[in-house]
Design a protein around this ligand. Structure first.
Ligand code: NAD
Length: 295
């Protein structure tokens, strides 16, 4: 059995769909670690706090049913802060899960740069943006420790982490990232830095194409999803999945692939753009390609 990777202090930026799940994963996998989360929205901090308690109760009950004695409530080791000034320093791992916008992510990495321990790992959960240009805002000696850790939604459930390595990522950092993925109970695949890596490059084309088919009136949303679930054995249809990911995220990733590859096959569908402009972002706002009852 390989020895568990040691992590004492973790900092996550963003407590949205991804950041909150990732923070919980780290707190649960590393009982000796404190996990700090910076999230500017009071509503999102409140939501994350409730989720941590709910997930912990569920996991503890599951462990007890299997006869496993769970140590302390891991949600007590996650602290939420409204800004970086309130957070600490000397973090061993700093991971950003803020919206898919390179300039915003660079601002966060600059904050990370001043709050990290000497050998800290700098990770991004970006779905499509250049980890190389994001890492370029770090101090020269920190750039070898920068890596993409692309989790999937919801992070507690999905088995994959796509690890993204840049020209400057050291083999030691890649090794540490693989060890962390194993500690979190995930399967890792490693991809060289390129727009959309493998998963978004392939997946987004399908989602965007399904939206084009809907726009062209070929089938209803339900029929498109049924066709792909029953015809291809997909667990979710592409439009359901787009709503689940968040249409703002899908749009940002499609736009980024289009800009980076300069290839019309990635052009975002107009219907997707209009949904985002209208604030119909999928499950998180209660309406996207479908309408959801609880919002
Ligand atoms: N949603 C998905 O299915 C999915 C899957 C894999 C990767 N991703 C990637 O993860 C990242 C986050 O996506 P998400 O779906 O969690 O988005 P989200 O909109 O649900 O959450 C982003 C959070 O970041 C917060 N935020 C904004 N500015 C901030 C700042 N300066 N510092 C700290 N927090 C800040 C926002 O208030 C928000 O709560 C994106 O890069 C996205 O591409 C998303």
């Amino acid at each position: 059995m390989t020895e568990k990777y040691k992590l004492q202090k973790v900092l996550i930026a963003g407590a949205g769909a991804m950041g909150s799940g990732i923070a919980y994963l780290f707190a649960r996998a590393y009982p000796e670690a404190t996990v700090d989360v910076v999230e500017p929205s009071a509503q999102m901090r409140e939501r994350a706090q409730e989720q941590f308690a709910r997930w912990n109760a569920r996991d503890t009950a599951r462990d007890q049913a299997k006869g496993i004695t769970t140590s302390s409530d891991c949600s007590n080791r996650i602290r939420l802060f409204p800004d970086f000034q309130k957070a600490a320093t000397d973090y061993c791992l700093l991971l950003e899960a803020v919206p898919e916008n390179l300039e915003l992510k660079k601002t966060v990495f600059r904050e990370f740069s001043t709050r990290a321990k000497a050998d800290a790992i700098f990770a991004s959960n970006t779905s499509s943006l250049s980890v190389t240009s994001l890492a370029a805002v770090l101090a020269k000696e920190q750039q070898a420790n920068a890596i993409g850790l692309h989790f999937f939604n919801p992070p507690r459930v999905m088995q994959l982490i796509e690890i993204i390595i840049t020209e400057n990522t050291s083999p030691e950092t890649e090794k540490r990232a693989r060890a962390i993925a194993a500690d979190l109970g995930k399967k890792a695949v490693v991809c060289r830095d390129a727009p959309g890596f493998i998963t978004s490059r392939l997946g987004i084309v399908l989602l965007n194409e399904a939206i084009f088919a809907l726009q062209e009136g070929l089938m209803s949303a339900e029929e498109i999803d049924t066709a792909m679930k029953l015809g291809y054995n997909f667990p979710m249809g592409p439009l359901e999945l787009a709503d689940f990911i968040g249409l703002d995220v899908v749009f940002a990733v499609t736009q980024s692939l289009y800009e980076n590859y300069q290839d019309p096959k990635y052009r975002p569908c107009l219907l997707l753009r209009k949904k985002v402009e209208a604030g119909h972002l999928g499950r998180k706002t209660g309406r996207g390609f479908y309408v959801y009852g609880d919002k």
